[in-house]
Write a protein that binds this ligand. Structure first.
Ligand code: C2E
Ligand code: CA
Ligand code: CA
Ligand code: CA
Length: 278
């Protein structure tokens, strides 16, 4: 029994070692990914539930790893936050999304906006230079309202003055703000008021098992009612089924996003969706 215990320990040890090695390699590859042009933005439509048409998009980053293929952001964003690369990645996401928004404007698609995900790490340090971002919007001639910054509740809980300063600067310039993954964190109504948030994104965990009379249904209803009372619009995430869409529409949810409408797609494919008049 003693031997078995030891070999088990060894096995575990090797597994651990592999995992550490794997993490280390991924994080090392990440260092060169930006210069090598391995990132792409995919866009997922956000549908106006009243009309069934595209009202917005969310930009989601994709890393095309030369050996591993697409690596999910859930896998590499945490590394990027740990080693600070998120700053460069975040600036690239902003540049790329705003460039694409201008390209869509040039094609005549002007009345929709694009959300980009902003990590708490970007806002906390000196990394995200909000003056530079706002200057770029001006240089491009992109109306700030076409950009939505998606933040998690984690960000709003950060009391650092620099975070507040950046958020309020965005707000003052007319950049829109969405509160992502709502309902999963330490939701506090005071943040919604303080930062004059534009959109609440109901986390997909509430949408997944949505059914008439369910607890999730009651929670969604309460979140939507509260948001509307505070002057915010609501986007439900993870809408995969027509039945979820119908229930959400029935309780007054403004927008839906999810595989039912479309997966996140490359910019060219999103352009086709826009042209198709979806
Ligand atoms: P998120 O901001 O909550 O993004 C929504 C995620 O849900 C995306 O995963 C999207 O592909 C997925 N999704 C959309 N519709 C459905 C659906 O109907 N069902 C299900 N099950 N999932 C759906 P993705 O693209 O893998 O991104 C994961 C997370 O990575 C994002 O969660 C966000 O937190 C982060 N992320 C993505 N892009 C960026 C970025 O450019 N910067 C930063 N800092 N984080 C990013
Ligand atoms: Ca998001
Ligand atoms: Ca989300
Ligand atoms: Ca508002």
């Amino acid at each position: 029994a003693k031997d078995a215990g030891r070999s088990q320990f060894r096995f575990y040890d090797i597994k651990m070692h592999e995992a550490v090695r794997e993490r280390w390699q991924l994080s090392r590859d990440l260092l060169g990914a930006l210069e090598k042009g391995q990132f792409e933005l995919h866009y997922q439509p956000v549908i106006d539930l009243a009309t069934g048409r595209i009202a917005k998009a969310e930009a989601l980053i994709r890393w095309r790893h030369p050996e591993r293929g697409f690596v999910s952001p859930a896998q590499f964003i945490p590394f990027a936050e740990d080693n600070g690369i998120i700053i460069g990645i975040g600036n690239w996401v902003f540049d790329e999304a705003t460039r694409q928004l201008m390209a869509w404007r040039d094609m005549g698609f002007e009345d929709f906006n694009v959300g980009i995900n902003v990590s708490p790490v970007q806002l906390r340090g000196e990394g995200l230079d909000h003056r530079q971002w706002l200057q770029r919007l001006q240089d491009l001639g992109l109306p700030p309202g076409q950009l939505v910054v998606e933040l998690t509740e984690r960000v709003l809980m950060d009391v650092a003055p620099i975070v507040t300063e950046k958020l309020l600067a965005f707000r003052d310039a007319g950049v829109q703000v969405a509160l992502d993954d709502f309902g999963t964190g330490y939701s506090s109504l005071s943040y919604l008021k303080k930062f004059d948030i534009d959109y609440l994104k109901i986390d997909q965990s509430f949408v997944r098992n949505l059914a008439e009379g369910s607890e999730d249904m009651a929670l969604c209803e309460a979140m939507i009612m509260m948001a509307h009372k505070l002057g915010l619009q609501v986007i439900a995430e993870g809408v995969e089924l027509a039945h979820q869409r119908d229930l959400l529409k029935g309780i007054g949810c403004d927008f839906g996003q999810g595989y039912l409408f479309s997966k996140p797609v490359p910019a060219a494919a999103f352009t086709e969706l826009l042209k198709s008049g979806l």
